[in-house]
Write a protein that binds this ligand. Structure first.
Ligand SMILES: [Fe+2]
Length: 433
């Protein structure tokens, strides 16, 4: 047991790291409370996690046309993600290279060039500086525009999911996702998918890790936190969330597959499209799927949820980012995804089921965010460090993995905390990197 009663505030970086290594013990299921609400942990996390890994920035379908663009956040920095004239997608740091002003301030739009609101320097959406007001007159022949292009951001995509990183040394996105791609195929590669509407955004007073933790492995809370949903008849029973598999892979990724499902909750018209995009094993999982909840490390959670809307079972698919704003504050950004070739009426009902469950007005969302903010408030300040307050993450430690049709380490019960232990194991690894 760690003896320090020293404030984290007074620790040097190496003392903090030592303290983290002494107190964060995922292998025995022990996580200290302070990691959820300490400003210094948050600062270190920003450097070691968010500046190092791949961060989700959006879906390709959000900018379908040439010259479409959207502003996104990459580890606290604004970036412009733009579809160029040749249809390729590029991203740039949203900063004029002349004096550093934010070049673009609209959330999204269609533009082939961006004009800086400060001195009017203008940049093509491929990053080139193409115009400087009164250039010849005030700079003579001295200004070399070719050295003043926008700072390009490294981006890669998987099945329409776009990720960016500031780390030029990072492994490829493909390698980072690794085995987990098998499950992402079911989530977003099963058919041509599109984002419907703008992502929903709201700010809550919660540390980002609570959202990631909840989605990566916490099926257990469903029967209590969301108990009212069973009472409303939107799911069959309170223990609905227990049956199925909990699976994790390398790099902290993890998901929960709810099975079996007696009813196919996807559009029947698309069965052939699903079969052509998925392996027979993946299609088998989709056919039996009751729900699928998980998290791509560090903070892109996802969900396929089946609910009864007006007596009919229907699935909805969402990806959501727990975007950190501060140690005790995050913006939740939730995208609704749907099969592009599904009947319009099916899309409408699927969206209705999303809005009813996960969105600022959704029943599940409101249940969860209430919990997230209380946990954050309880973890703040010096007391949790002085008293060595820890959370218990031992559920399922006695279990042995089972054989499963897909890759990764799988357990045949969703009520386990193996995925959270895997999440924190990788988190600690990165904090030490
Ligand atoms: Fe929940």
């Amino acid at each position: 047991m760690i003896k320090t009663a020293k404030d984290i505030e007074d620790m040097t970086k190496s003392e903090l790291l030592e303290h983290l290594n002494d107190t964060v013990k995922p292998e025995v299921g022990e996580i200290p409370a302070y990691v959820l609400a300490d400003p210094k942990v948050y600062d270190l996390e920003h450097k070691k996690v968010f500046m190092k890994t791949w961060i989700f920035i959006g879906h390709e379908s959000e900018i379908p046309n040439k010259n479409d663009y959207m502003l996104r956040d990459l580890a606290g920095y604004s970036i412009i993600v733009s579809r160029n004239a040749d249809s390729s997608i590029k991203a740039f740091y949203n900063m004029c290279t002349h004096r550093g002003m934010k070049l673009c301030r609209a959330d999204k739009g269609n533009k082939s060039a961006f004009v800086c609101p400060y001195h009017g320097f203008n940049f093509k959406n491929n990053g080139d500086l193409i115009g400087v007001p009164l250039q010849k007159n005030i700079y003579g022949e001295e200004l070399d525009k070719s050295t003043m292009g926008l700072t390009e951001v490294r981006i890669e995509s998987y099945k329409g999911l776009l990720f960016g990183t500031w780390n030029d040394e990072a492994e490829s996105l493909d390698d980072f996702l690794g085995d987990f791609k098998w499950y992402l195929d079911i989530l977003v590669g099963r058919a041509e998918m599109e984002v419907l509407g703008a992502p929903q955004r709201f700010v809550i007073h919660s540390n980002w890790k609570i959202g990631a933790d909840n989605f990566v492995g916490d099926s257990y809370h469903t029967m209590v936190t969301h108990g009212s949903i069973a009472k409303l008849g939107m799911v069959p029973s309170a223990t609905y969330s227990k049956m199925g598999y909990q699976i994790h892979s390398e790099n902290g990724h993890g998901l929960n597959l709810g099975t079996p499902n007696p009813d196919f909750a996807f559009p029947e018209e698309l069965i052939e499209e699903y079969k052509s995009n998925l392996s027979s094993e993946q299609f088998e999982v989709l056919s039996n799927l009751k729900n699928m909840i998980g998290n791509i490390f560090p903070h892109l959670s996802f969900l396929i949820s089946h609910t009864k809307v007006k007596g009919q079972l229907i699935s909805n698919t969402t990806v959501r980012l727990w975007r950190p704003i501060d140690h005790d504050k995050m913006e939740v950004i939730a995208w609704f995804l749907v099969e592009k070739n599904a009947p319009e009426d099916w899309k409408r009902r699927s969206r209705e089921s999303f809005v009813l469950t996960f969105s600022p007005s959704g029943i599940f969302e409101q249940d969860d965010t209430e919990v997230f903010t209380d946990i954050t408030a309880a973890a703040k300040g010096p007391m949790p460090v002085m008293k060595n307050l820890t959370y218990n993450y031992t559920m399922g430690l006695h279990r042995k993995p089972v054989d499963f049709i897909g890759p990764g380490v799988a357990y045949d019960d969703k009520f386990s905390e193996a995925n959270q232990r895997n999440f924190y194991k990788y988190w600690l690894e990165l904090m030490n990197s």
